[in-house]
Design a protein around this ligand. Structure first.
Ligand code: G3P
Ligand code: MG
Length: 243
């Protein structure tokens, strides 16, 4: 297994310390000494890649309805910070371009999770991969990942040079075959399915295993010691890189 990236990755930009998928989150991650972040990217109603986890706006913003049916102009008016805390009022829904620019400025390596709204798998992946290629042009390549096999296939067609990770909750028994067929470099799975057997299997296969979401410092240290390449965490205030 070769893993040349940080072993701690701030989940949804700044984990629990900032509103998810925001520029404030990226700044928080950097302030806490993090050198890697994960965020989710979906298409707006105008087809613009923006940072968003849910298909609907209600949980994280003061907007209503489906992201895929909301124009860029409407998205730009939304507050994606107040739900997390008054001190984040007015925090915008970032475009993928703005988030990429800030990652590069802050020296944050990125795992870009392609999060298609229903039925938009290939289109989302094509746009995200093409934009990622432009935005990171020449800089340390980000890692694209997705729960959607169709998205991973489309990302590969669009920008085959960008590394991809297969994201699953529970790895299927034939995961090495699937990973190979998709040309993915990494496997990402949920904490409760990252047992010793899987960690050892990933080690034998030479595949970096990334585990989400690990919020206990001791648990993270154990996983990293056992051979997990990196963990995604919300607790950027608690987890520090092993020395
Ligand atoms: O990419 C790891 C993790 O972010 C996957 O779950 O729902 O937080 O996007 P979710
Ligand atoms: Mg995610």
């Amino acid at each position: 297994m070769s893993w040349a990236h940080p072993r701690l990755i701030a989940h949804r930009c700044g984990g629990a310390l900032a509103p998810e998928n925001t520029l404030a989150g990226l700044r928080k991650a950097a302030e806490h000494g993090y050198r890697a972040v994960e965020f989710d990217v979906m298409l707006s109603g105008d087809g613009t890649p923006v940072l968003m986890h849910d298909e609907t706006l209600e949980r994280t913003t003061d907007g209503h309805g489906r992201v895929a049916e909301t124009s860029d102009a409407e998205l730009a008016r939304l507050d994606a910070g107040s739900r997390h805390g008054a001190q984040f009022a007015g925090e915008p829904v970032p475009t993928f371009g703005a988030a990429a620019g800030l990652c590069l400025a802050l020296g944050l390596w990125a795992n870009i999770e392609i999060k298609p709204s229903r039925g938009a798998d290939a289109e989302t992946a094509r746009k995200v991969a093409a934009r990622a290629r432009e935005l990171w042009n020449g800089s340390a390549s980000p890692l694209l990942s997705s729960f959607s096999v169709a998205a991973l296939e489309a990302a590969r067609e669009t920008a085959p040079e960008l590394p991809r990770g297969l994201l699953v909750e529970k790895p299927p028994p034939d995961w090495p075959k699937l990973l190979h067929r998709l040309g993915c470099a990494t496997l990402h799975c949920a904490r409760r399915h990252a047992g010793r057997r899987l960690i050892e299997e990933a080690g034998r296969e030479g595949v970096p295993l990334l585990v989400y979401t690990v919020n206990d410092a001791e648990d993270a240290a154990t996983l990293l010691r056992q051979g997990v390449a990196a963990v995604f965490t919300d607790r950027i205030d608690l987890l520090a890189e092993p020395s």
